[in-house]
Structures are given as structure tokens and as C-alpha cells.
Design a protein around this ligand. Structure first.
Ligand code: NAP
Length: 309
């Protein structure tokens, strides 16, 4: 099968497209024919070696962790899935493998693909939706009537987070550059801040939850917009505990984990048309490097996906 594999932690230079043998499922696993794979910043971060302290990958590995496809084989211990099922999911980063014509997944990482949604759209969702849920809801307790500031609201995670927060009944403020204003508002944001022209901390006030998808100076300035008792949750860097203590707010940094059961629930929002993926561009698998290069530039609207077929 065709696969995009990392041979050395040298960024995109360490990646090769090659023919390898298809993997065989073991207990609890299924073999997927990958119809589409979502591109995430974590893919090029893994290639840089940025996550080696925790992931300890032994090379070569096939990159990619967001997949949508069709079950081609199941091994023992898999009860809810059958050959021919259309499924999607976030594959654990310890194994990855989605940038290929076939990939292994653990049954509990997968959920049925919503029928109304294409494989390309489905592959754009698992990491973004599970990250948004685990950060905003599970960690920060976002719920109806609360105000959330979503940074990078036009990005892969942010564009899903805005819709999820609206579906929960929250009031949403989103940041992005001005050219993305119409897009972010179309996702349901109640207010928009162009981070290039307006210091967001001058425009956003009394926020219950900040969803930090940017880190650095953006994260530090975000403390100023929180209500006392508010929550800053980051998916990029651990927030300052000193600042949190001084201001009387709570912080967390989370790393998304696979959760097929939750994905199954979030897929209902897609079926109901309340959450949709935005695919900025679909690339053939052979052009994975071009897609990763574009992701690395940091200005994708929605998601990039790869199509193995
Ligand atoms: N911890 C975890 O489990 C976890 C999970 C998922 C993602 N992440 C991390 O979260 C980050 C975001 O991921 P992603 O997939 O959403 O990335 P992405 O799709 O590449 O984000 C691109 C978006 O970021 C916006 N942007 C760039 N700089 C900005 C700024 N200063 N303020 C506001 N918006 C800005 C861009 O908008 P403009 O073009 O308008 O500038 C663009 O739409 C990445 O670092 C990723 O590795 C972590």
C-alpha cells in the first residue's frame, strides 16, 4: 500500500512517500481502507521530533491521526464494527498511520461516519471536535449562558469549537485576521475580533472561558479578559500558575485523547447540520508534503485533507 512515512526527525525532509505492506489487525483492532485523512499541525510537529519526549516513536512510522474510511477487516474482540462499515476517528498519536491507503485503528477510537457527510469532511473533524470538547467542556466546564473566547476561530480546531460552543448555548467571541471575519461569523460567532488590528484584550470582557489555541503572548494577554473565577484552557502551552493564582482564575493544558464514544455523540451535531467541517483543500496522498507545508504556515481556514484513492 501507499504510505507517507517519517524516517528521521528532520521535519518535512524526513518524510517519504513509499510502498509498504498493509498492516494486519491484532486483537481489538480493525483495518480501515482510508478514504480521507485530516492534516493537523501535530503531524509536522511529530516530524520535527517536538513530541518525542512523550511519544517515543520508533522510526519509521506512517504519519497521520485523523481518518475516515471503510472497515476492511476486524480482529477478535471487536464487537460493534463489521466489514463494510463507514467510520471515522482520531487514531492514537503513539501509533498514527492515517496517511496511507490502509490504516489500523482500535475499535474504541472509531464512530460511524454520519451518512450526510463526505469522507473528506469527516476526516477533518475527529481531532478538532474531541480537542474542543475535552478542553472547553470537560476541562473548563463551558455550558449554556457562559461566554467563551475562541482564539484562532478560523483554524481547524477553532472553526469546530465555535460551532460546538454555540450548540451548547454559549456566547462566542472569535479571533482571526480580518479576511476570516465573514467565515467566523458564518460559524455562529456572536462577536469577532481581528487580532491583527485590535488588541483582543481591549475588545473582549467578562469572559468565562478562554480557549487558547495559539499560546505565547496571546495566552498571556488572555488572562486580562477573564472574569474572576474564569477558566483559561490551552492546547498549546501550559498557562502560568502564578498569573492564575494572582487573578483568581483556573487554568489547564490538555492533550486530546481518542474517544470514539464521544465522537459518536458529536457526530449527531453533524447529522443535525449544527456542526460542519470546512475543507480548505483536498490533496492526493502523493502531495502530502505540500499539505504539511501549508499547514505549517499556520493560516489554514478550516482543514486540509489527504485523499489516498
Ligand atoms: N493539545 C492538543 O491536544 C492539541 C490538539 C489539537 C491541536 N493542538 C494545537 O493547537 C494549535 C491549533 O491547531 P489547529 O489545527 O487549529 O491549527 P490551524 O488550523 O493550523 O490554525 C490556523 C488558524 O490559526 C489562525 N491564527 C494564527 N495566528 C493567530 C493569532 N495570533 N490569533 C488568532 N488566530 C490566529 C489563522 O487565522 P488567520 O489566517 O486569520 O491568521 C488560521 O485560521 C496547534 O498548535 C496544534 O498543534 C493541540
Amino acid at each position: 500500500m501507499k504510505a507517507i512515512r517519517l524516517h528521521a526527525f528532520r521535519g518535512l525532509e524526513g518524510i517519504r512517500a513509499e510502498e509498504i505492506e498493509a498492516p494486519r489487525p491484532g486483537p481489538g483492532e480493525v483495518l480501515l481502507r482510508v478514504e480521507a485523512a485530516g492534516v493537523n499541525p501535530v503531524d509536522w510537529k511529530i516530524a520535527n521530533g517536538d513530541l518525542q519526549a512523550s511519544l517515543r516513536h520508533e522510526l519509521p512510522i506512517t504519519l497521520g491521526c485523523d481518518a475516515s474510511g471503510v472497515v476492511e477487516a476486524v480482529d477478535e474482540g471487536v464487537e460493534d464494527l463489521e466489514v463494510g462499515d463507514a467510520v471515522f476517528g482520531y487514531l492514537d498519536l503513539g501509533r498514527c498511520g492515517a496517511f496511507a491507503s490502509h490504516a489500523l485503528a482500535r475499535a474504541e477510537e472509531l464512530a460511524p461516519k454520519p451518512e450526510s457527510v463526505s469522507h473528506a469532511e469527516a476526516a477533518a473533524v475527529p481531532v478538532a471536535a474531541l480537542t474542543s470538547w475535552q478542553a472547553m467542556v470537560e476541562a473548563a466546564g463551558l455550558r449554556e449562558g457562559r461566554r467563551v473566547l475562541v482564539h484562532a476561530a478560523a483554524g481547524g480546531v477553532g472553526s469546530i469549537a465555535v460551532q460546538m460552543a454555540k450548540a451548547l448555548g454559549a456566547t462566542v467571541v472569535g479571533t482571526a485576521s480580518g479576511e476570516n471575519e465573514d467565515f467566523v461569523r458564518s460559524l455562529g460567532a456572536d462577536a469577532f475580533i481581528d487580532y491583527r488590528t485590535t488588541p483582543f484584550e481591549d475588545a473582549a470582557r467578562e469572559i468565562d472561558v478562554v480557549f487558547d489555541t495559539v499560546g505565547g503572548d496571546t495566552q498571556e494577554r488572555s488572562f486580562k479578559v477573564l472574569k474572576a473565577g474564569g477558566f483559561l484552557v490551552s492546547i498549546v502551552t501550559p498557562p502560568s500558575e502564578t498569573l492564575a493564582h494572582d487573578l483568581g482564575v483556573t487554568t489547564a493544558m490538555i492533550a486530546v485523547h481518542p474517544d470514539g464514544a464521544r465522537l459518536r455523540e458529536l457526530a449527531m451535531l453533524m447529522e443535525e447540520g449544527r456542526m460542519r467541517a470546512t475543507v480548505a483543500q483536498a490533496y492526493p496522498l502523493d502531495e502530502a508534503l505540500a499539505a504539511l507545508r501549508r499547514s505549517r504556515e499556520g493560516h489554514t481556514r478550516g482543514k486540509l485533507v489527504l485523499l489516498p484513492a
